[in-house]
Every structure is written in structure tokens, then in C-alpha cells.
Ligand binder design. Sequence first.
Ligand code: NAD
Length: 511
Amino acid sequence: MTPPINENLIRDIIQEVLERLGPTGASSSNTQSQKPATTQPASPQSCPCSQESPDSPKKSQGRIGLRGKFGIFQDANEACEAAQEAYLQLSEKGVAGRNTVVRIVKDICSAKAVEWGKLELDETKIGRLDHKIEKLLGLRAVPGVEFLNPYGLSGDHGITLEEYAPFGVIGAVTPSTHSIPTMACNIISMAAAGNAAVFNAHPAAYRCAVTAARVFNEAIYRELGIENLACIIEPPTLESFAAITKHPNVKILCVTGGPGVVKAAMSSGKRAICAGPGNPPVLVDGTSNLDTAARCVVIGAAYDNNLLCIGEKEVFVLEPFFDKFMAALEKQGAVRLTDAQVERLAKEAFPTPQSKSGGPSHPVLNRELVGRDAAVLAKIAGLEVPASTPLLFAETGPDHLFVIEEQMMPFLPVVRVKSVEDGIAKAKIAERGYKHSAMIHSYDVANMTAMAKALETTLFVKNGSCLAGLGNGGEGYPNFSIATTTGEGICNPRTFTRIRRCVMVDKLRIF
Ligand code: NAD
């Protein structure tokens, strides 16, 4: 897509060219020895402005090589340069500018929810259109600038203010499971806090993110004159990730994904906010309404074909209530598989590749089945079900691969347990120490407390679907980056700030 040419852009370019040529520019423009204006500085070292301080205001006036890109860069170093410039431009626009960015991103996500939901589904082939649309519409509730209330102190020695200041440029990695929604809510949170960002999207979900980034940047440029606030690499590679992590303009990282990217970010040498993997267990102790529990479990586990990191991935049910709960799942439209059907599905879902050394090999998750429809999985299991089937389920043992692996597909293993203690112990093993999310269906406060203490998860939902943990059916705000591994929790504008203290000694206290 060609960026629209408008008067502001042409004016910026002409002004930039004249500035570069200097006061004698008009006459020297025909001189052979005149060096052409450098277009795309590949690195901070080769940048023609490298003698300046990287934070100097002059740099924020814009560089010609970065014009007309609207955030889309093939070169990660250029993207980091452009984002730095955008960060400085955003600083000049003040709090009003940040509010404008937040409004623009939310409005566009609402207006484009259907179009972009389809775009993402077409590219990734995973998940469900209705939920992809809902995820984009739900971004309206992501907190903005209002979340940054400074902390004030007042006493005999004057007043002190602790402010939430921006870092500058943030390097961000987004997952295949919610590409545009994660990028959009990252932009909202990061820009609300005064930052710019450079994104490395998942290679299987980057085209839709590039489209969205261009639309965001064009709209931000039209209102604020900032072209590259949310930069993205096209196409993303491991090399571009490495370049982003190494670039001096990038002050922190925010990665959302599985164990591989979390490890890579944490060994990069930069501070990393890591929204890592999960395998959320559910405990049903029989003290609450089993139909409600089953309804909530189906809503959460079937959502976007189980792509949510917070989504219910396995259920532990106390023995006396097991059969009733299984029947309740069927009442909610979920389809039960036999043992043989589960094993047929498991063989495809967790194939064991040939080991190169000829030694023992381990089953690995078949990414081809992640986020596919329940009807597709049923077919593999040897069963025809209506296309509208939200979820498959079956009884399995606690050690089954479907229980201990984060399968991200609409098949839910249900495990019979002897007691609450047994259920909590097995849920803890299944959660694998990710400290991500867990759910309980119970009216017994002691059971709730015991499970919360044992699992120590970032989200713990009682008597609701996992979605309630992100404000959908429960109190709270949403975000698609839940910093589990590094402990920042559900990301919000404050996550992307550094705290600065301003102290006035003995004066300005007004009483
Ligand atoms: P993934 O780990 O395959 O990819 C995530 C991102 O990391 C992608 O952009 C990918 O290109 C990149 N990546 C992977 N390995 C990398 C490496 N070694 N170096 C640099 N970049 C690398 O995950 P996915 O399938 O896209 O997403 C699903 C995973 O993400 C699940 O584990 C899920 O739980 C997790 N997730 C977590 C959250 C959260 O908020 N905690 C949100 C969404 C997804």
C-alpha cells in the first residue's frame, strides 16, 4: 500500500532538504562535489547527525531517510532511529499528544475490528473470527494516560512528587495468537506513558500487524505530525530481533510469547518485561453450581479456539461430582470424546519426531493444530461434529500430554481427583510453575485460599471464566500482555515507566 502524499509530508521533506543544504543551498545544489543528503542511516554511527546528542531537540525535527515510511522498516536499526525521533516528537506534544495517540488507536481498532479480524484470521488460519473481532473491540477498555497518577508526599520538610516518566523506545515482540490486538494494546500502554515502540511480530502473523501499524502511524501523523511512533519490521527475523535488542536507543524490551522468546529476551542484556507462557488449570470442588462452572469453562476454553494464554487448559474435578460435571459440559454444547478418539487426536497433536542422534525423542506440540476448530480436531479423532461445536473434552489421567502441555486447541482434558488437596497438587504440577493463571469453581473460601497460595498465579479467577480475569465478566482492565515471568502483572501504562522523584526542600507545603 502506498502511503498517501499530503501537504505536511511534502513540506517536511522540502524543509529538511533546505536545512541540509544550508544557507548556500540554492547555489550549491548544482555543484558536483556536494554530497547528497544521506537517506537511510543504517546505524547510529553512520547517521549524519551522530555528532549530536541522541536526545537533542534538533533530531526530533525529522530526518529525510525516515520520511514516508509510516512505521514500516526493513532495517531494524533504521526503525530504532525513527522510533527515537518519534519519542522526542511525542515528548514535545505533551500529555495531550499521548491522549490523542490512545484515542486514535482505540478508534481505529473499533472501526476496523471486522476487517482486521478477517485479515488476521486469513493470515494465521488460527482462532475464530467472532472472537478476533471482539478482541479488537475490547481494546477500548485498555487504560490510558489517566492510569499514571503521580505519588505525592507532603511534610515538615517540604513536598515530594514521584512521577511516571517514559523510557524512550521500547523493543516489543508479539505472538501469533493475537497479533494486532497485542500490538495495539502495547501501543496504547506504551504511548500513554510517553514511549515509542519497535515491534518484531511473529513471522506467521506479521503482515496483518504491518497493515495495522501503517494505519495507526498515518492517522497519528495526520493529527500530530509524528510518523513513526509504532515501528514494525517487515519481515521480522531472528536477526531483526537481535538488532532491536542491541540498539542503544532501545531502553527496555516487552516480549509476549512462549518460553523461547522469554529466554532470548532475558539473556539479551536489556531489561525485559516478559509476558510468558501459561497452562491454566481449573479446579471444580463441587460446592458451587456445576452448570455455571461448566458454562464458564466452555466460554473460556473455547474462546478463539483456546488461543488465550489465560484460557482454561485442563480441569480437575472432585470424584463425587465428576460425572455430573461431564454431563454439564455436554449441556453447554461441548462434545465428549472416547479414550480411543483422544489417543488418535493426541498422536497427531503431539507427534514424536525422529531424533537426529538416534536416541530417545520427545513428543512435541504440532503447531498445525494450534487454534484450529473443534470440528477439525474431531475429524482427526475420527468423529464428525457440527462446525459450530465450541469445544471437545474427555476424561484423561493427570499425566496426559494434553494436561501437562500448553496445547492451545479446543480440546479440554478433564481429570478426576480424590480431594481438594489432590486437585490442588495436580493443578500445581500442570501449571508448571509459570505462575500465569488459574481458576476455581467453589463456594468454599478455604479451598479458594489454599489454591491461590499453592499456585501463586498472576491471575486467579473464582467462579468465572478466564476472561473475567481481564475485565470481561469480572472487574478489571484488559491487556494481551500479562507479564507473568518477570512479575509486572497485567501490563498497563505504568509498566512502561521509570519512576523519577522530584523533591522540594522545606517550601511549597501550603499549610
Ligand atoms: P512463540 O513463542 O512461538 O512466539 C512469540 C514471539 O516470539 C513471536 O514473535 C516469535 O517470532 C518470537 N520468538 C520466538 N522464539 C524466539 C527467539 N528465540 N528469539 C526471538 N524471538 C523469538 O509463541 P506464539 O505461538 O506466537 O504465542 C503463544 C505463546 O505465547 C504461548 O506460550 C502463550 O502462552 C504465550 N502468550 C503469553 C501471553 C501473556 O500475556 N503472558 C500472551 C499471549 C501469548
